[in-house]
Design a protein around this ligand. Structure first.
Ligand SMILES: Nc1ncnc2c1ncn2[C@@H]1O[C@H](COP(=O)(O)OP(=O)(O)OP(=O)(O)O)[C@@H](O)[C@H]1O
Ligand SMILES: [Mg+2]
Length: 261
């Protein structure tokens, strides 16, 4: 098995989580002594089975949830009085795009954050146009966000985050319910991001395709961190927490044999 927790303190990290514990209300601990670092420009995937605490952990990255312990963004500890500044630095892309879209049109949804941040209208238009083009949404400006398909709404939700040009982009299950071509396009989009990226997901293969390192979260604990391909190839580790995907590999091998035979 690959090494577990990271504990070194390094304040230049884009994201540093140190000894984080969290429970909802009076319930059991959902996050148990989590320590993780993400360097500037690095892409970290956090994989884990359902209920492991992935979404809960992600919500700590911009202070929506605040547990016991430290979360630092660019060296600055997240506290109640700097949440506004932190949320400029960290953009969360929620699993459900409908949690992110609330304006009548795509253009208004994407412009909302930059306008609220006080950017000049010309700069807002430039950003909206650039980000919509980048996400293959040019021509969608006047469409009603809630009339779009799920995959299109996911892209608009990502556009609302990228238009803010955050230093850290954190995705919750970005590949869920997308068709295979869209998964491929999203992998390319994530690879091309210049910002620091955190992706939480149960979909190991797409996460492995776009992340440098993977951390495995199981029952609220980080049980391994390491090179993405090494973690994704560690069958015993993945089996131990219900993430084994070897049936998919078997199926792909069978399909490619029948294709060639
Ligand atoms: N608002 C809440 N109140 C109480 N318990 C919660 C709340 N949200 C999540 N939990 C519990 O915390 C644990 C972790 O949930 P979380 O949503 O973080 O898991 P997850 O790894 O994201 O799972 P999934 O892969 O299914 O999205 C679960 O046991 C869940 O029931
Ligand atoms: Mg989740």
């Amino acid at each position: 098995m690959i090494m577990t927790q990271e504990s070194t303190s390094q304040y230049s990290a884009a994201v540093e989580i140190k000894n984080l514990f969290f429970a909802y209300n009076d319930g059991p601990l959902v996050l148990k002594d989590i320590s993780l670092m993400v360097q500037p420009g690095e892409k970290l995937g956090i994989i884990g089975p359902s209920g492991a605490g992935k979404s809960t952990l992600l919500l700590h990255l911009n202070g929506i949830l605040q547990g016991r312990g430290n979360v630092r963004i660019g060296g600055v500890r997240i506290e109640k009085d700097n949440l506004k500044a932190v949320r400029r630095l960290v953009g969360l892309v929620f699993q459900n795009p409908d949690d992110q879209l609330f304006n009548p049109t795509v253009e208004e949804d994407v412009a909302f954050g930059p306008l609220n941040a006080g950017l000049e209208p010309e700069e807002v238009s430039r950003r909206v146009s650039e980000v919509l083009t980048r996400l293959r949404l040019a021509g969608f400006e006047k469409k009603v966000s809630h009339h779009l398909s799920y995959g299109e709404r996911k892209r608009v939700a990502l556009a609302t985050v990228l238009a803010m040009d955050p230093k850290v982009v954190a995705f919750d299950e970005p590949f869920a319910n997308l068709d295979p071509a869209m998964v491929g396009q999203l992998i390319d989009t994530i690879i091309e991001l210049k910002s620091t990226v955190v992706v939480v997901s149960q979909s190991i293969l797409p996460v492995c395709a776009c992340c440098d390192r993977l951390a495995v979260l199981n029952e609220g604990e980080i049980i391994a961190v390491g090179d993405a391909r090494k973690i994704a190839a560690d069958r015993d580790l993945l089996k131990s927490c219900g993430l084994d995907y070897s049936f998919l590999c078997r199926l792909c091998r069978e399909l490619s044999l029948s294709e060639n035979g």
